[in-house]
Unconditional design. Structure first.
Length: 258
């Protein structure tokens, strides 16, 4: 996996190992637009990647006649898209599409799943709005970022938060890394070279046909965005990247409560 990290990134691929990743998004297809290239690179390197999608995407699509089948359709699209980038473990919180909020019920679900999987990296949508490309900042996207950020500290590592989880054997866990995507560009501090995985990313996005009727326009937009991100990362002309805001949750300098 080829990673180009800026000097500001706390994550150094030469020194920090990643063996398990858990990704949180709002809707089926969000992860493929935001990070499918990086995920394909991870799984190719033997990293175990799981998805948690907080809503069923029930407000998606364009055809009024599909309302009764849209949830099953989108779940199947996400299953097929995930398989293209090496992911088979997919979880849902079954929240209502368009109504997602960072409630304690949602946060408890996040804590529960992280304690079960115990990943090295939690990858999530960003809690801050991107004013340059507001389509990245659907209210459900922002709610995912806020719920996950609140959950990973302090509840995840506090044995007295959501005590029923500890009673069920899900012990507190100190997460090393939080990777956020789709936030303001000025927050980006880590770039992954996904040149070798752009076609896999596009293939995964193509599977979500119920959401993207103009696939040619979508292809042009995604290719242009990944190339632009590659340029922002300082890669050579013609190379593509995905961008993240990497936050250290628990590192060598972390002490309890600080």
């Amino acid at each position: 996996m080829s990673i180009n990290a800026t000097a500001q990134s706390p994550f150094n691929p030469e020194h920090h190992r990643v063996e398990r990743v858990l990704c949180f998004t709002a809707h089926p297809d969000d992860i493929d637009f935001g990070a499918a290239g990086t995920i394909a690179a991870w799984t190719a390197a033997g990293v175990e990647v799981s998805y948690c999608i907080m809503t069923d995407g029930d407000a998606g699509g364009f055809d009024p006649a599909q309302r009764d089948e849209i949830v099953a359709m989108r779940a199947e699209e996400q299953r097929r898209a995930a398989a293209l980038v090496g992911v088979t473990d997919i979880h849902y919180l079954h929240e209502r599409d368009g109504y997602l909020e960072p409630t304690h019920e949602v946060m408890r679900g996040v804590v529960k799943l992280i304690r079960e999987i115990r990943p090295d990296v939690v990858l999530s949508m960003h809690p801050e709005r991107n004013w340059n490309r507001i389509q990245k900042s659907h209210p459900d996207h922002l709610a995912v970022g806020e719920a996950v950020t609140r959950a990973v500290y302090p509840a995840l590592e506090n044995p007295f938060a959501y005590p029923d989880l500890a009673e069920a054997g899900l012990e507190a866990y100190k997460l090393p890394w939080l990777w956020l995507f789709a936030g303001p560009e000025e927050r980006d501090n880590h770039f992954v070279d996904v040149t070798a995985h752009v076609e896999e990313k596009l293939a995964a996005i193509h599977v979500h046909a119920s959401q993207h009727p103009d696939l040619e326009a979508m292809d042009r937009t995604v290719r242009a965005l990944t190339l632009d991100t590659g340029a922002r990362a300082g890669l050579a002309d013609g190379r593509s990247a995905e961008a993240f805001h990497v936050v250290t949750i628990n590192g060598s300098g972390t002490i309890a409560g600080f």
